[in-house]
Design a binder for this molecule. Structure first.
Ligand code: NAD
Length: 483
C-alpha cells in the first residue's frame, strides 16, 4: 500500500504541492519510522484554498439539497467499500490497532455522511402567518467553514465536520493535525469522486500557524476546532474578534461513577472502554473513575485481571487490541503524568511504564486511592492512565464529579434506574451515559459544557451550527408611514 500522499494538499478538486512549505514527516507510531512527508501550507496555498472554497460554495449552494444529499450518501457508500484500505491508513496515521480502526473510524465517517446526506433535503424554513401578511424563514448556509482537527480520529473528524457543513450548502477548508496528515486527504479525494464539485471540500496541511491564518481570514464564516482547551481559548478568541461562528470540541476529565449496586463486569467494561480504547487518546474518556468504597477492592482486582487480556503489539495484526501513543512527545507527556501519580502517593495497580519495544507503547496504567487534589485527577492526560477514586454517598460524588473546569462527558453505573437518571441530571457534562460509556452514534448530539466546548457535533443539533436563518416579512397591503 502506498503511504506517501500524492501531494500535501487537496484544493479545487485536485492534489496540489508546494514544497516551499515547512517539511512535516509522517511517523508510524508503532515503529517510529518515517513513512512519508508533507509540506505545511504556504500563504499562497492558504489563499488558493480559500478562494477555491469561496467559489465552490456558490456552485454547491445553488444545487438542490436533494442532489447534495445524494452525493454525500454516495461518498458514504464509497467509504464503506474502501473501509479496509482507509482503516489501514488510519492505523498508519495514528497507530491505533486495525481491530479498532476497521469498526470505528472510516465507518463512523460514513455514518456522518449518510446521516447528513439524508437530512439535507429536509432542511427547510417555516411559514409564520400574521393576518393577511406573513413571514417565511429560509435556512441558509454560513459560507466558507474552516475545520481544524486533532490527531486522535483523523478520518472521523474530517467527516464529522465536513458532512453537516456540506449538507447545509457550505464549503470547507479542513486542516488536519500536523501529527496525522494522511486520512483527510483521502476523505477529500472520495468526496470529489462521489461528485462534490471542485473547491467545496479542501484539505491543507500545517501546524498551528496555518490554523491561525485560516481563523482570522475575512473569507471564512465559521471555525470548527477539535483540540485542547488552551488551543480552543485562542481559536475562540480569534474567531470572536472577527464575529465568526464557532464550534469548539475540546478536552475533558470526565467522571465515571460506579455505585455499589452496579453490575461490576459491565462497570469494568465501561471503565476499560472509557480509559484504554485508542490507548486512552479519546477526549470523552471517563478518566476519573469514582468507585463506591464497598466494592472498590473487588473492582480493582477484577479490573487488573481483565487488563491482562490487553494485547499490545503490531497494530496491523488483527488480534492486537492496544496500540502505541500517537507520537513520542505525547508518550513523554503521559509518562510525566505517570511519574506525578507515583510521586503524589497514588497506589499503582498496574502498568506505569514504557514498554521495551520499538514505537511509543505505554502499558495500560491504573492508579487507585487517587484524591481529588492530585494532578492526575485534575488534568487531562490523554493517554492510558485511569485514576480510581473512592466515594461514600451520592451527593458527595456528584459535587466532586462536578468540581472541574471540564464538562465533556459523564457516566453512571447502577442497577437503580431512578438513581441513574437523578445523578446524570445533576452532572455538568454534555455527553452522558447510563450503564455504558463512550458510545457516539451520529444520531446523538456530541459536545461539552464549561471549558470542554461550545456547540454540538452530530445529530440534528449540528445543523444549527452550520446554517443560519433568514426571515422575510411579506406585506400584502399598503405601507403606512407617519409622513
Ligand atoms: P491541539 O489543541 O494541540 O491541536 C488541535 C489542532 O489545532 C491541530 O490541528 C493544531 O495544529 C491546531 N492549532 C494549534 N494552535 C492553533 C492556533 N493558534 N490556531 C488555530 N489552530 C491551531 O490538540 P491535539 O493535541 O491535536 O489533540 C488533543 C486534544 O484534542 C485533547 O485535549 C483532546 O481532548 C481534544 N479532543 C477533543 C475532542 C472532542 O470532540 N471534544 C475530540 C478529540 C480530541
Amino acid at each position: 500500500m502506498q503511504l506517501q500522499p500524492t501531494a500535501s494538499h487537496f484544493i479545487d478538486g485536485a492534489y496540489v504541492e508546494d514544497t516551499a512549505g515547512t517539511k512535516i514527516d509522517i511517523i508510524y507510531p508503532a515503529t517510529g519510522a518515517v513513512i512519508g512527508t508533507v509540506h505545511a501550507a504556504t500563504p499562497a496555498i492558504i489563499d488558493q484554498a480559500l478562494n477555491s472554497a469561496k467559489a465552490g460554495q456558490k456552485v454547491w449552494a445553488a444545487m438542490t439539497a436533494r442532489d447534495r444529499g445524494r452525493i454525500l450518501s454516495r461518498a458514504a457508500a464509497m467509504i464503506m467499500e474502501r473501509n479496509h484500505e482507509l482503516s489501514v491508513l488510519e492505523t498508519y496515521d495514528t497507530g491505533k490497532p486495525y481491530q479498532e480502526t476497521s469498526v470505528a473510524d472510516a465507518t463512523s465517517g460514513a455514518d456522518a455522511l449518510e446521516y447528513f446526506g439524508g437530512l439535507a433535503a429536509t432542511l427547510t424554513g417555516e411559514h409564520i402567518p400574521l393576518g393577511e401578511d406573513w413571514v417565511y424563514t429560509v435556512r441558509e448556509p454560513l459560507g466558507v467553514c474552516v475545520g481544524i482537527g486533532a490527531w486522535n480520529y483523523p478520518t472521523q473528524i474530517a467527516c464529522w465536520k465536513g458532512a453537516p457543513a456540506l449538507a447545509c450548502g457550505n464549503a470547507m477548508v479542513f486542516k488536519p493535525s500536523e501529527t496525522t496528515p494522511m486520512c483527510a486527504l483521502k476523505v477529500a479525494e472520495i468526496l470529489h469522486e462521489a461528485g462534490v464539485p471542485a473547491g467545496v471540500y479542501n484539505v491543507i496541511q500545517g501546524m498551528g500557524e496555518v490554523g491561525a491564518a485560516l481563523v482570522t481570514d475575512p473569507r471564512v464564516d465559521k471555525v470548527s476546532l477539535t483540540g485542547s482547551v488552551p488551543t480552543g481559548k485562542k481559536v475562540y478568541a480569534a474567531a470572536a474578534s472577527h464575529m465568526k461562528h464557532v464550534t469548539m470540541e475540546l478536552g475533558g476529565k470526565s467522571p465515571l461513577i460506579v455505585f455499589e449496586d452496579a453490575d461490576i463486569e459491565n462497570a469494568i467494561g465501561g471503565a476499560i472502554n472509557g480509559n484504554f480504547y485508542s490507548s486512552g487518546q479519546v477526549c470523552s474518556n471517563g478518566t476519573r473513575v469514582f468507585v463506591h468504597k464497598d466494592i472498590k477492592e473487588t473492582f480493582l482486582a477484577r479490573l487488573a485481571e481483565r487488563l491482562q487480556n490487553a494485547k499490545l503489539g503490531d497494530p496491523l495484526d488483527e488480534s492486537v487490541n492496544f496500540g502505541p501513543m500517537v507520537s513520542e512527545s505525547q508518550m513523554n507527556i503521559v509518562l510525566g503524568y505517570i511519574e506525578q501519580g507515583k510521586a503524589g502517593g497514588a497506589r499503582l495497580i498496574c502498568g506505569g511504564e514504557r514498554l521495551d519495544m520499538p514505537g511509543f507503547f505505554l502499558a495500560p496504567t491504573v492508579f487507585a486511592d487517587v484524591t481529588d487534589d492530585m494532578v492526575i485527577a485534575r488534568e487531562e492526560i490523554f493517554g492510558p492512565v485511569m485514576a480510581v477514586l473512592d466515594f461514600e454517598d451520592e451527593a458527595e460524588v456528584i459535587a466532586r464529579a462536578n468540581d472541574t473546569q471540564f464538562g465533556l462527558s459523564a457516566g453512571v453505573f447502577t442497577k437503580d434506574l431512578s438513581r441513574g437518571h437523578r445523578v446524570i441530571g445533576q452532572l455538568e457534562a454534555g455527553s452522558c451515559f447510563i450503564n455504558s460509556y463512550n458510545d457516539a452514534p451520529v444520531e446523538a448530539p456530541f459536545g461539552g459544557v464549561k471549558a470542554s466546548g461550545v456547540g454540538r457535533e452530530n445529530s440534528k443539533e449540528a445543523i444549527q451550527h452550520y446554517s443560519q436563518v433568514k426571515s422575510v416579512y411579506v406585506r400584502m397591503g399598503d405601507v403606512e408611514a407617519a409622513y
